[in-house]
Design a binder for this molecule. Structure first.
Ligand SMILES: C[S@@+](CC[C@H](N)C(=O)[O-])C[C@H]1O[C@@H](n2cnc3c(N)ncnc32)[C@H](O)[C@@H]1O
Ligand code: SF4
Length: 377
C-alpha cells in the first residue's frame, strides 16, 4: 500500500519572557526544563512513530511555539535526528519559528544541518516604540539583521506582522511592507491583534493605558496592508498569508486543506483519518502520560459527516483558491449546488461560484465570517 503524507508539528513551549498580548502555551524556559522537555518529546516522537511510520511519510515538519529558536544546538540536533530515525521523510518543507533576537550564525548553521528550509520570524513591526510596548525582546535593527543573515544562509524567510496595535498607524504598515520587500522577504503572515483574557494587554486596555482599535480601524489596516503587498508583488493565498513566487507554507496549507497532521509536545493538536485530539497542556500531565506508556489522546473525537463538511468549507474559504467542488462531491457523495442552493443564492453578491470552485470575492474576505456561517450546518 502506498504511504500517505503526514505533516509533523512539534510544539516548543518556552520563551525568554512573555509578550504583553500572548496567550500561547509557553513558559519561561531554563536549560534544565528544556533538557527534560526535549528528552520527553523525543520519547513521544518514537512512541508515535511506532503507530504511524508504517503508513505515513512525513513531508512537512513545523517547529512552533513558544520560541523554538531558543532550543540549544544540541536540542535541535536531537529532535531532528530522532525524527529522521523514526519516520521515512520526503521533505517539501521544514519550518522553524524564530524570535529575531535568538537568530545568529551558529544557530542558522545548526538549523541548516538539521535540514530546516524555512524560518518564520516573529518580527511584528519595525517600529521600535511599538516593539517596546509589546514587550518584545528585539528591536527593528535586530529584526533586519536576522532577516538578512537568514536569507544569506539560503532559508525561505517568512515574517509575522501584527496589525491594529494600540498607537500603530498606517505609516507603520507602509514601513513594514517596504522594509520586508526591500530585504527580499517572500512570505508574510499578518495577524490582526487579538486581545486575549488574562494577558497584560487586556489589563492595560481595561485600565485605559492603551486603546484598542475599532472594527472599522482593523478593516482599514487589513485593506491597507493588502493593497501595499499587492503593489509590491505579493499575492494573498490565505486570509492572513501572502507570498511571492509561490512560496506558500506547505505545512500550514495542510491545516486549511484538512490534510493529516500529527502534533507532538505540550498542547499540540492532531488530525489523522478524520479523528482529532490534543496533547496535555500542563507539563506534569504531559510528562506523566509519557511515563505511563500511554499516548496523548485528550478530547479525542471522530468528526461526524456534518463536522467534516463544515470544516472543509470553512477552511477552504479562507484560501483564495477556495473550495474545490469536485473534491467535496467525491468526498461526501453529494451534489454541492443542490445541497447549498439556499446559501449560494443568499450570498451570490459576495462569492465567486462556477460549479467547480467556490471562493469569497476579494473585497468581502475581511467579512468572510458572516458569509461562511450560511454554509455551516
Ligand atoms: C508563536 S508566535 C511566533 C514565534 C515567536 N514566539 C515570536 O513571537 O517571535 C506566532 C505569532 O502569532 C502572532 N500572535 C501571537 N499572539 C497574538 C495575538 N494575541 N494577536 C495577534 N497575533 C498574535 C504573532 O505575530 C507571533 O509572531
Ligand atoms: S509572541 Fe512568541 S515570544 Fe512572545 S510570548 Fe508569545 S510565543 Fe513567546
Amino acid at each position: 500500500m502506498k504511504k500517505k503524507n503526514l505533516g509533523l508539528y512539534l510544539h516548543i513551549p518556552f520563551c525568554k519572557s512573555r509578550c504583553i498580548y500572548c496567550d500561547f502555551v509557553s513558559s519561561i524556559g531554563d536549560q534544565k526544563n528544556m533538557d527534560k522537555y526535549v528528552e520527553y518529546l523525543s520519547r513521544q516522537i518514537i512512541d508515535e512513530g511506532k503507530k504511524y511510520s508504517q503508513d505515513y511519510i512525513v513531508d512537512t515538519i513545523y517547529f512552533g511555539g513558544g520560541t523554538p529558536s531558543l532550543l540549544s544546538n544540541e536540542h535541535i540536533e536531537i529532535l531532528s535526528q530522532t525524527i529522521a530515525n523514526t519516520f521515512e521523510l520526503n521533505l517539501k518543507e521544514f519550518s522553524v519559528e524564530a524570535n529575531p533576537c535568538t537568530v545568529d550564525e551558529q544557530k542558522l548553521q545548526t538549523l541548516k544541518r538539521a535540514g530546516v528550509t524555512r524560518l518564520s520570524l516573529g518580527v511584528q513591526t519595525f517600529n521600535d516604540d511599538l516593539l517596546k510596548m509589546l514587550g518584545r525582546r528585539h528591536n527593528s535593527e535586530q529584526a533586519k539583521q536576522a532577516i538578512k543573515i537568514a536569507l544569506n544562509y539560503g532559508f525561505d524567510v517568512s515574517v509575522d506582522c501584527m496589525l491594529a496595535l494600540p498607537n500603530q498607524n498606517l505609516d507603520d504598515v507602509n514601513d513594514f511592507v517596504d522594509t520586508a520587500a526591500d530585504l527580499g522577504v517572500e512570505h508574510i503572515s499578518a495577524y490582526m491583534l487579538s486581545v486575549e483574557d488574562g494577558t497584560a494587554l487586556k489589563r492595560l486596555i481595561e485600565e485605559n493605558v492603551l486603546k484598542e482599535k475599532s472594527d472599522d480601524e482593523e478593516a482599514e489596516f487589513y485593506d491597507h496592508l493588502h493593497k501595499l503587498l499587492k503593489e509590491r508583488g505579493y499575492s494573498r493565498y490565505e486570509v492572513s498569508n501572502f507570498c511571492k513566487n509561490d512560496k506558500v507554507s506547505f505545512h500550514n496549507l495542510k491545516y486549511w486543506k484538512g490534510d493529516d497532521y500529527l502534533g507532538l509536545g505540550l498542547s499540540a493538536h492532531s488530525l489523522i483519518n478524520g479523528e482529532r485530539w490534543r496533547c496535555a497542556s500542563d507539563f506534569d500531565e504531559y510528562y506523566s502520560i509519557i511515563d505511563s506508556g500511554r499516548a496523548h489522546r485528550l478530547d479525542k473525537e471522530k468528526l461526524s459527516i456534518s463536522d467534516r463538511k463544515n470544516e472543509m468549507i470553512m477552511l477552504a474559504l479562507r484560501l483564495d483558491e477556495g473550495l474545490d467542488i469536485k473534491e467535496y462531491e467525491i468526498k461526501f457523495n453529494e451534489n454541492f449546488s443542490k445541497e447549498y442552493a439556499r446559501a449560494l443564492a443568499k450570498n451570490a453578491e459576495y462569492i465567486d461560484y462556477d460549479g467547480k470552485k467556490l471562493s469569497i470575492k476579494e473585497q468581502y474576505v475581511k467579512v468572510m465570517n458572516s458569509i461562511v456561517v450560511d454554509f455551516i450546518k
